[in-house]
Design a binder for this molecule. Structure first.
Ligand SMILES: Cc1cc2nc3c(=O)[nH]c(=O)nc-3n(C[C@H](O)[C@H](O)[C@H](O)COP(=O)(O)O)c2cc1C
Length: 314
């Protein structure tokens, strides 16, 4: 589960303190790989988050950074803490791979195009996440079904995880059939008991249709800018009046960028940022109840086994 693409102040106002680390640790304890979101955390916050996960589980976990933005001091803290896995999204892995390998950890890179996958493979990453445009948060434009097999083929023998639009065991089974070794999931875990987002957002996910999760076309005017080596992408969110009113008026949004940022900042300060941009993927249409994270992970495996048995006729 990844979180860091929300601005830091979003995290403070949208999350119950500590809860995301609880979700990550529950995922790790149930044979998944939980992820500590570091993208918008300062160095000391990253250190504290890692310590908290270590208190909650002795199982492997990842620490996730992004290039939107990239904080080298926070990344250095991650290296000092030597987590088993470090992951990166939204930009080039470049020399980060070597720095992670130097501490004996594995490097996972999330990509949104085949070209980015090839670049990651050439940089020496250990695992590649092929993330389709259905995904919540920052996601690309190519659908998961088309992207995954192409990335698998282009980066073989590097293992690939499929992401975007996967919320149950049927999606996991499909990912395996496409040649992926596993999946990376965001939206399904937002609607988990432990996720530190507002109950209103969780309920909105449970009652949403897939078509309610739209791209925020004007996001560049309200969220942090790309840092060096960053890859352009457009976040996906449940529709809100705020998104509806600006999506068709991008030019006007660019002129009013300051006031849009202010509106968002005030909403964050009042703890209602999810009323404006509740980042969520199209898999919301598959999600109908809030479940404990461990139950979600176990359900993925059980349902995938059943789905694969059904199609293979065994
Ligand atoms: C609210 C939210 C925040 C996210 N933040 C990050 C992040 O900080 N880093 C990252 O690598 N991926 C992030 N993602 C993307 C996930 O890693 C994953 O690729 C995506 O959620 C998969 O699609 P799904 O939402 O359909 O499961 C985020 C996703 C969501 C929904």
């Amino acid at each position: 589960m990844c979180w860091g693409s929300l601005p830091r102040s979003f995290r403070e106002h949208w999350e119950v303190p500590g809860a995301p680390r609880v979700t990550s640790s529950r995922v790790s304890r149930t044979r998944g790989l939980g992820s500590v979101a570091a993208a918008l955390r300062g160095p000391e916050e990253v250190r504290a988050d890692i310590a908290e996960v270590r208190e909650l589980t002795d199982k492997p976990f990842a620490v996730n950074h992004t290039r939107r933005p990239f904080n080298n001091e926070a990344f250095q803290v991650t290296l000092d803490e030597r987590p088993p896995v470090v992951s990166l999204a939204l930009g080039e892995p470049s020399d980060l791979v070597e720095r992670v390998h130097d501490i004996g950890s594995l490097f996972i890179q999330q990509v949104q195009t085949v070209q980015q996958g090839v670049l990651a493979a050439e940089a020496g990453v250990d695992v590649i996440i092929a993330q389709g445009g259905e995904g919540g948060g920052f996601s690309g434009m190519v659908g998961t079904m088309a992207l995954v097999p192409q990335v698998v083929q282009a980066v073989s023998p590097i293992p690939v995880l499929a992401a975007g639009g996967i919320a149950d065991g049927r999606g996991l089974a499909a990912a395996l059939v496409l040649g992926a070794q596993g999946i990376n999931v965001g939206t399904r875990f937002l609607a988990s008991t432990e996720a530190g987002i507002s109950e209103v957002w969780k309920q909105a996910i449970c009652s949403a249709e897939s078509e309610d999760a739209v791209k925020i076309e004007f996001a560049d005017y309200v969220v942090p800018a790309l840092t060096e080596g960053g890859w352009q992408s457009v976040p996906r969110s449940l529709r809100t009046p705020f998104i509806d009113s600006w999506n068709d008026r991008k030019e006007e949004a660019s002129r009013q960028a300051d006031s849009l940022r202010d509106e968002l900042r005030i909403a964050m300060e009042q703890g209602r940022a999810h009323e404006l941009i509740p980042l969520t993927g199209q898999s919301a249409g598959l999600i109908h109840e809030i479940l404990p994270a461990a139950e979600i992970v176990r359900g993925f495996v059980k349902e995938a086994e059943r789905a694969l048995q059904v199609v293979s006729g065994t």
